[in-house]
Design a protein. Sequence first.
Length: 256
Amino acid sequence: MPVSQYSAKPADRSNVAAVVLTLNEEHNIRRCLDHLSWVDEIVVLDSGSYDRTCEIARAIGASVIINKPDKFIISDQRNWAIDNAGVLSEWILFVDADEVVTVELRDALLSAISSAPSDLAAFRLCPKFIFMGRWLRHVLDFPAWHDRLLRRGAARYGGGVWEHFETNGKIGYIKEPYLHYGLSNGISEWLCKHQRYAKWKAETISVSRDTAEQDGLKPAYLKLGWPKRSIHDLQERCGTRLGVFSTIMRFSIITY
């Protein structure tokens, strides 16, 4: 669909700021930002790109901020944006550079926030995973709810690389999906990303294990008869094997 069909901005202010986390996304960032022309503020929070990501984003008109943490944890980076991006809009929409907010989602989102009660703190959205121009309808669960739209000051993020809302308010759901081009930077980049996820998960398991043992408790995996493993072994088992298997499934089971 031509970008122009998405770019028509509603006459009234949207009261939405879009925050896009990036790292070397020069092949995706223009498409992502072109589909966000309807929001009042666009912030690109970059974690150290060495390609043209920031240059392209600035040329389009986005505010670009650099934050390079020693260890990238997505929930921490989203919280950093909440605290430091300086957005003024009531609602903050988090979008990844390989994602597209369709005009249908735009309309559904604006309708949802316009009627949201004061105690509603956030909304969950769902993606359609797109590969070779097709929706992988049966390879990934749909809808798989992702925590992406929050009322400024009413919610934050926890959960590490599998981020989730932390809020005392209510959470709503917007059923119209966004599009996720998850393999747009190639299989190798996709595998590297999931290796980072696996490393974080392995470290989390290790810390939980050590804490439980210090408290005189028996970790759940030992109760199940699983052997105690090193962080490296946990990372290899949780990351590489599942990552390769998932990639093979994505290539092998495409529903047209």
